[in-house]
Design a protein around this ligand. Structure first.
Ligand code: NAI
Ligand SMILES: O=C(O)C1=N[C@H](C(=O)O)C[C@H](O)C1
Length: 255
């Protein structure tokens, strides 16, 4: 029993957190030692080796800082990790004590745990240099508090970097009047559109356009079950990935 990895979940009463608790409880080699939600004192996190953090963008950095300062690895699914927040987290990691499991503390920030979503981002990144136009459409359940989704923001950033590396300029767009914002948000110059619709869970399309053709890369999460293998892969792998890692692809041999 003692060689089991002790895991706590922060945001344990939420849609993702409750499912993550059940997944940890059912997983070989893992032991759920704590469930925390809003208002709970995190304290020593029930002796956890690894915390799964699934809360809200405004709470996540402080929760993660609390874990890092106590030598607890973190697997973070919460969105809203701006470059500035990530930079502050890296500073905290540089000053962190040794992990309870030994060695340096690891933090995984994963915009999406679903394997198909990770592949969608990778395929979009690969395709980006071949197309003059690209737009991202993300579609989610109406309870979602943030827009655009973390996955869409990450996809747009990866695509923009691939375009820049290939020497592509701005996406073509003759719009000169858009008082209502109908052309969507721009993330690193890539238009991103957010749909919130009853009945949906988490979906995204990357539309790539060239002369006389379009490539659509689409991923659908129909159930939050789709995220759980990725959560567990993060929990099992985080101690072997010291420091900050952004994106579960780096745990899956997709570097
Ligand atoms: N990386 C991924 O694959 C996925 C990430 N997400 C993200 O995970 C986050 C949570 O999503 P949902 O579970 O759908 O939201 P939710 O609203 O159902 O759950 C959030 C939970 O966090 C709790 N919470 C809020 N502030 C807190 C604090 N300071 N300390 C502890 N708990 C706190 C809330 O009470 C709630 O129970 C969102 O940022 C969402 O975008 C969601 C699905 C998949
Ligand atoms: O809030 C959600 O539901 C999801 N959030 C993440 C995001 O913002 O990308 C991951 C997934 O899309 C579901």
């Amino acid at each position: 029993m003692t060689d089991q990895l002790a895991v706590a979940v922060v945001g344990a009463s939420g849609r993702m957190g409750s499912q993550a608790c059940a997944a940890v409880e059912a997983a070989d080699g893992l032991r759920l030692v704590g469930r925390y939600d809003v208002g709970d004192e995190l304290g020593d996190l029930g002796g956890a080796d690894v915390v799964v953090e699934l809360t809200v963008p405004d709470a996540s950095p402080d929760n993660v800082a609390h874990c890092v300062a106590r030598g607890v690895h973190c697997v973070v699914g919460t969105t809203g990790w701006t470059p500035e927040r990530l930079a502050r987290l890296e500073e905290r990691l540089a000053q962190a004590p040794s992990a309870r499991t030994g060695g340096p503390v690891g933090v995984l920030v994963a915009p999406n745990f679903a394997i198909g979503a990770i592949l969608m981002m990778r395929f979009a990144q690969t395709a980006a240099r071949f197309y003059e136009s690209v737009e991202v459409v993300e579609l989610h359940h109406p309870q979602k508090v943030d827009a655009p989704s973390g996955t869409a923001a990450r996809t747009a950033s990866l695509v923009a970097a691939a375009r820049a590396e290939a020497g592509l300029g701005d996406v073509p767009d003759a719009t000169t009047r858009d008082e209502l914002g109908a052309r969507g948000a721009l993330v690193d110059g890539i238009p991103v559109h957010s749909v919130r619709l009853r009945g949906l869970v988490a979906h995204q399309e990357v539309l790539l356009g060239g002369v006389g053709e379009m490539l659509t890369i689409r991923h659908d999460s129909f159930d939050r079950e789709s995220f759980m293998p990725g959560v567990l892969a993060g929990v099992r792998g985080v101690a072997d990935h010291p420091g900050l890692t952004v994106g579960l692809e780096h745990y899956l041999g997709l570097d």
